[in-house]
Design a protein around this ligand. Sequence first.
Ligand code: TTP
Length: 202
Amino acid sequence: MTKLKRVILASSSPRRIELLKQFGIEFEIIPSNVDESIDQSLSVEENVMQLAKKKAQEVFNKLGEDSKQSLVIAADTVVYIEGLILGKPSNEDEAFWMLRKINGKWHSVYTGVCIIDGEWERILAEYEKTNVYIKHMTDEEILRYISTKEPFDKAGAYAIQGFGSLIVERIEGCFYNVVGLPLYRLNIMLQKLGYDLMKGEL
Ligand SMILES: Cc1cn([C@H]2C[C@H](O)[C@@H](COP(=O)(O)OP(=O)(O)OP(=O)(O)O)O2)c(=O)[nH]c1=O
């Protein structure tokens, strides 16, 4: 297999960037600029895979000639509860509403991952699901959590890796999926394309 000229993470998420960095591979960061609005008429699985595809495709299309020797990775994370898909809250009221919605209950976090391999002209899109139980909080506790400012750029208005760790009672499934990049799933997908993070092959 010829060495890829460019490996691109199509994301502005500091969490995704940090998670991918730990494997010692060289990659560039090119955030996408797509409309991330959720289509409540589609299933949650379709939503996250379609959004991840849109992000990857947009960045891939900008690469021009280089695209043939490039691999682009993109992801999209949402929270799913009682038939509703929650993205990132746009203000304090929305964060409060989302946190009340997931308060004292199980919900599911879905991340869609898309990989475009220009060399083989292949597009792979899959998703991972993790169940998360949030402890019961009083309104005062919810407001205190919001005052950390952590909820604003996070799907479902919390971050399991930050202050949010103090409200997540238990999880079932991949932790990294909740943070925004399901590493196990990502490597399974890369292996399907002939790469492997364990071997440093990318
Ligand atoms: C539930 C949860 C989400 N998140 C984050 C991961 C994602 O960054 C964000 C969901 O928004 P996304 O739209 O998936 O990603 P993004 O807009 O931050 O970045 P980009 O589209 O450029 O890749 O929520 C956490 O960091 N911790 C959590 O516990």
